[in-house]
Write a protein that binds this ligand. Structure first.
Ligand code: FES
Length: 169
C-alpha cells in the first residue's frame, strides 16, 4: 500500500487560516446581534400577570383609588408603569375594579370628581360621567362603560391584571 503524502501549499494554508479566523470573528460579532434581535420575542409575556394591589379587608362599598406598578417591556425597553383602579365592593359582595381611563378620549375619571354629580365618576375633559358600576351615563361623550380589571383574590389579597373593555351602553 502506497502512502501519498499530502502537501499543503502556503496559499492553501493561508486560505484555511484566514477562513477559520474570519469565521470565528464573524460568529463572535453576529451571535450577540442575533441574540439581541430575537431575545424580546423569546421572553415570556408578563402583561397578563396579576399583581397584588390591596388587602380585601381594606375595601369598602365606596370606590377607592389604588395605584400599583408593573414592569412593561417594549421590545428592548423595560420601564415601570403606574396603573390605577377604582375598586369597591358591590351589593352582591363581589369586587369591582374599574379602569379610570375615560372611554371617550382617554382622560382620567375620578369618583365624585364633580360635586354637582355625586355617586358618579366624572371626566374633567368633556364632562363625561359614569355610574358607580362604571356604566356610562347616556347622552354624554363617553361611548362605553369603563373597562373592568381582570381580578383574583388569594389569601385575602386582591390581584389585578389587564383592563378588559366592555360594550357601549
Ligand atoms: S375624554 Fe372623557 S369625556 Fe372626553
Amino acid at each position: 500500500m502506497s502512502e501519498k503524502k499530502q502537501q499543503v501549499s502556503r496559499r492553501q494554508f493561508l486560505n484555511y487560516t484566514l477562513t477559520g479566523v474570519g469565521g470565528f470573528m464573524a460568529a463572535g460579532m453576529l451571535t450577540p446581534m442575533i441574540r439581541m434581535a430575537v431575545d424580546p420575542v423569546l421572553q415570556p409575556k408578563k402583561s397578563g400577570d396579576l399583581v397584588a394591589v390591596v388587602e380585601v379587608d381594606k375595601l369598602t362599598t365606596e370606590p377607592q383609588r389604588f395605584d400599583w406598578e408593573i414592569d412593561q417591556v417594549d421590545a428592548w425597553y423595560e420601564s415601570k408603569v403606574t396603573k390605577t383602579a377604582w375598586v369597591f365592593i358591590q351589593e352582591d359582595d363581589s369586587i369591582l375594579a374599574l379602569s379610570p381611563i375615560c372611554t371617550h378620549l382617554g382622560c382620567t375619571v375620578s369618583w365624585e370628581g364633580n360635586e354637582e354629580y355625586p355617586n358618579q365618576y366624572y371626566c374633567p375633559c368633556h364632562g363625561g360621567r359614569y355610574y358607580k358600576n362604571g356604566v356610562n351615563v347616556p347622552g354624554l361623550p363617553p361611548p362605553a362603560p369603563l373597562a373592568v380589571y381582570d381580578q383574583d383574590v388569594k389569601d385575602g389579597t386582591l390581584y389585578l391584571g389587564k383592563a378588559i373593555s366592555r360594550k357601549g351602553a
